[in-house]
Design a binder for this molecule. Structure first.
Ligand code: PRX
Length: 639
C-alpha cells in the first residue's frame, strides 16, 4: 500500500465516525493510579527522558546509570548507560524476604483443566535450579538459548533462568514448524534448545520432541536439547545430547547468583516477520526494557498488589514476553498461564477460568473476541465475571462491533477496555489509554506519556485530521529494540531510512479531532493472521520449495474472525496442472515449512504475476485487484 502520494487512501471513515466517548466510572476514577492524565501527559512530553528516569527509579539497580539517554550513535540509541541491573533481579530476587514471596506468581491451567500454582518463592527456586542447570551445560553470559515450548510454567522458568545468568533467550512460538525453528536457531546460533516431549491442544497430543529432532539436524551450534516431560510417553533421547529437564534440575542448587548486567546488555532476541526475506531477530536489553515494560504495565493495567492478571497470548510472542512473564512479575502480581484454547471443551472455557481464578485484569486479542462472539451471548452470560476490573486488547485493530460486545458482555458495561497498540520492536505499549481517560470504541486513544507518535506522509509531513498516513514515532523510548540480531544494516533500513529521524512502524493510521489514533493495519505486506505476524516472503518461499511451483505472490485478505487470512497466487512449472490435490499438497508444504499458523486459506493458480522491472513481485497490485480496490501508482510495473 506504499504510495508516494501525500495521503494513504482507503482509511475507513466508518471508524472515524465512532466518536462517542465512554467515560470511566467514578469507581475507576477514584482508584486509578493516574488520575490527572492530561497533566501527566503534558509533563512527560516536556521532558520524556526525565519521565523515564523517574520510572527507572521504581526498580532496583546494582549500580545507578550515568546517562539516562544517549543518542550520539543514532539510530543505535542507548538508555541508562553505565547502570548495572538484571531484569530477573527485579522480577524475583527483590521479592524474596518480603510478603510477595508467599504470593502466587503463576497460576497455570492445562489443556485438560488441571492446574498448578507457583508462589514467588517457588518460582525463584525453580529459576535458580534451571539457571544452574544451564550453567552446568556450559551456557554462559552472551550465549543464546532457544526455547520451543507451549504455554506451560517451564517456558517462563526457562526464560527467567536464561536472563538471570546473562544468556539471551530466543523463544520460538510452538505453532511454528521444525523448519521455521531451525532457521531461527541457525540465525541466533543457539547453544541449547529447551522443549518438551509432547504438547497438548484440544485434547490432542503434539510430538514436540520429534519436531525438535528434525529441527536440530544440521544445527551445529546446538550442544544439548533439554526436554520437559509432559506425558509418560516413550521419547527417544540421544545419549549425551538430549537431557530430561527434571533430571537436569534435580541435582542443582536452589541458590544461584543473578548476573549483574550492563543496562544495554541484551536480555533476549525474538524473531518477527517483515515484508521480505527471513525473520528478524529483534534485540531487547535488560535496563530500558524492564523500565518501559514496568511503567506501561503498571499504569495502563492500573496494577494493584492483589491483582490476578490473565493475558491470553502465547509466551512465544512479544505480548507474552512483556505482559505474561516480565510485566506481571516486575509488578509482583499473579499471572495466569493457559495451555488450552478458548472453545475447548466448550465455548465458555475462558469465562469459567475467569470466575474460577477470580481474574481482575483480562487482556486478549480482537480475533479471540470475535471468535467467542460467534458462539452467541449465551455462553458468556452464564458467568458472573464480577472479579474483572479492566479489559485489554492487542494485536490488531479492534472493530467497534467487537469492542462493544467485549465491553457489554465481558466487561458487563463497567470495565474500561485498554486497546494497546505496540509491536515486537517497541517492546512495550506505545499508544494506549490510561483507565482514567475517556475511550472510543475502536481507538487505541493517545500515545503513552513520553511517547511522541504522529501520522505523516512518506516525506514526513503531518497529515490533516481524519486522513490516513504512516504511523511514526518521533522520539525514543527505553524498551525500543536496539538492533536486528547480527544485521545492523537491516535495522537501519527497515525502521529508520524511509523517513529519516522517525521510527517507521509499518502501520497506517489516522488521527481524529481529539488527537485519538485509529490504527488501520499494516502499510507494508506483513500479514496478521489471528493476530499472528506472518511474512509473505516466508510463505512464498515455502511454496516455491514445492516441485510444481515456479513463483508465488502472497497477500493478506480481510477475514471476519481472523482479521486477515493469507491468499497465494501461484505460477506452476511446465508440465504441472492445477488441481484440488495440488492445492492440498501446497497447503501441506506450507504447514511443513512454516507451521499450522501460516497455512494459506486460498490458493489461486495464475499465469503471470505483477512485477517491477527489477523482477520484484508487486503484492500491493495483487491485493488491490483481489479486493477490487484502486491499484494506485503502477509506474514501477514492468508489464
Ligand atoms: O499492525 C500492528 C498490530 O500488530 C503489529 C505488531 O505485531 P507484533 O510485532 O506481532 O506485535 C503484536 C503485539 C504487540 C502492529 O504493527 N497491532 C498491535 N496492536 C494493535 C495493532 N493494531 C491495531 N491496534 C492494536 N492495539
Amino acid at each position: 500500500m506504499k504510495t508516494s502520494s501525500s495521503f494513504v487512501s482507503g482509511i475507513t471513515e466508518v471508524l472515524l465516525k465512532e466518536q462517542k466517548f465512554y467515560r470511566p466510572s467514578a469507581k475507576i476514577l477514584k482508584s486509578a493510579k493516574v488520575k490527572k492524565w492530561k497533566e501527566v501527559h503534558a509533563k512527560a512530553s516536556k521532558n520524556p527522558v526525565k519521565f523515564w528516569e523517574e520510572a527507572a527509579k521504581e526498580l532496583e539497580w546494582y549500580k545507578p546509570w550515568k546517562k539516562a539517554f544517549d543518542g550520539s550513535k543514532a539510530p543505535f540509541y542507548k538508555w541508562f548507560t553505565g547502570g548495572k541491573c538484571n531484569i530477573v533481579h527485579n522480577c524475583l530476587d527483590r521479592w524474596m524476604g518480603t510478603p510477595v514471596e508467599k504470593k502466587t506468581a503463576i497460576i497455570w491451567e492445562s489443556d485438560n483443566g488441571e492446574h498448578r500454582k507457583l508462589t514467588y518463592k517457588e518460582l525463584n527456586k525453580a529459576v535458580c535450579k534451571m539457571a544452574n542447570g544451564l550453567k552446568s551445560l556450559r551456557v554462559r553470559k552472551g550465549d543464546r538459548v532457544a526455547i520451543y515450548l507451549q504455554n506451560i510454567p517451564e517456558i517462563a522458568i526457562s526464560m527467567l533462568a536464561c536472563a538471570k545468568i546473562g544468556a539471551e533467550h530466543s523463544v520460538v512460538y510452538a505453532g511454528f514448524s521444525a523448519h521455521a525453528l531451525k532457521t531461527r536457531i541457525q540465525d541466533g546460533q543457539a547453544k541449547v534448545l529447551i522443549t518438551s516431549d509432547v504438547g497438548h491442544r484440544r485434547g490432542k497430543t503434539i510430538d514436540m520432541k520429534g519436531l525438535c529432532d528434525e529441527a536440530v539436524k544440521g544445527c551445529r551450534s546446538i550442544r544439548h536439547v533439554v526436554v520437559v516431560k509432559q506425558d509418560g510417553v516413550k521419547t527417544p533421547m540421544k545419549k549425551g545430547k538430549d537431557l530430561w529437564y527434571h533430571e537436569l534440575v534435580k541435582k542443582q542448587s536452589e541458590i544461584c547468583k543473578t548476573e549483574p548486567m550492563d543496562a544495554e546488555d541484551p536480555a533476549f532476541i525474538l524473531y518477527t516477520s517483515g515484508t521480505t526475506g527471513t525473520p528478524k531477530g529483534v534485540v531487547h536489553v535488560h535496563g530500558g526494557y524492564m523500565v518501559g515494560v514496568n511503567r506501561t504495565f503498571q499504569w495502563v493495567m492500573d496494577i494493584r498488589p492483589d491483582d490476578v492478571y490473565w493475558c491470553t497470548a502465547d509466551p512465544g510472542w512479544i505480548t507474552g514476553h512483556s505482559y505474561i512473564v516480565y510485566g506481571p512479575l516486575l509488578a509482583g502480581i499473579t499471572t495466569v498461564m493457559f495451555e488450552g484454547v478458548p472453545d475447548y471443551p466448550q465455548p465458555d472455557r475462558l469465562w469459567k477460568m475467569v470466575d474460577k481464578y477470580k481474574v481482575t485484569l483480562f487482556y486478549t486479542a480482537p480475533t479471540l473476541v470475535r471468535a467467542v462472539m460467534r458462539y452467541g451471548d449465551g455462553w458468556v452470560k452464564k458467568h458472573k465475571l464480577s472479579s474483572i476490573r479492566l479489559l485489554g486488547s492487542v494485536g490488531e485493530p479492534i472493530n467497534p462491533e467487537a469492542w462493544r460486545w467485549y465491553h457489554k458482555f465481558v466487561g458487563k458495561g463497567r470495565c474500561p477496555i485498554m486497546d494497546t497498540w505496540w509491536q515486537t520492536e517497541t517492546g512495550m505499549f506505545m499508544i494506549a489509554p490510561l483507565p482514567s481517560m475517556p475511550l472510543k470504541a475502536g481507538s487505541a486513544t493517545l500515545p503513552f506519556p513520553g511517547i511522541q507518535a504522529e501520522v505523516v506522509t512518506l516525506k514526513g509531513k503531518k497529515v490533516p485530521v481524519g486522513k490516513g498516513g504512516y504511523l511514526v514515532i518521533k522520539n525514543q523510548w527505553p524498551a525500543m529494540l536496539r538492533t536486528v540480531f547480527n544485521n545492523p544494516k537491516r535495522y537501519i533500513e527497515t525502521y529508520w531510512k524511509e523517513i529519516p529521524g522517525y521510527y517507521l512502524t509499518g502501520d497506517i493510521a489516522a488521527k481524529d479531532k481529539d488527537g485519538y489514533f485509529w490504527i488501520q493495519g499494516r502499510s507494508d505486506d506483513v500479514i496478521k493472521i489471528a493476530g499472528h505476524r506472518i511474512g509473505p516472503a516466508e510463505i512464498e518461499s515455502a511454496l516455491v520449495s514445492h516441485k510444481a511451483v515456479v513463483e508465488a505472490g502472497v497477500i493478506g485478505k480481510p477475514h471476519p474472525i481472523k482479521g486477515e487470512i493469507a491468499k497465494a497466487f501461484v505460477i506452476l512449472k511446465k508440465g504441472h496442472l492445477p488441481s484440488e490435490e495440488l492445492v492440498g499438497e501446497l497447503k501441506k508444504t506450507i504447514r511443513k515449512e512454516l507451521g499450522p499458523i501460516a497455512v494459506t486459506d486460498e490458493i489461486e493458480f495464475v499465469d503471470k504475476l505483477p512485477k517491477t522491472r527489477s523482477g520484484k513481485i508487486m503484492r500491493r497490485v495483487l491485493k488491490a485487484r483481489e479486493l477490487g480496490q484502486e491499484v494506485g501508482d503502477v509506474t514501477a510495473l514492468a508489464d
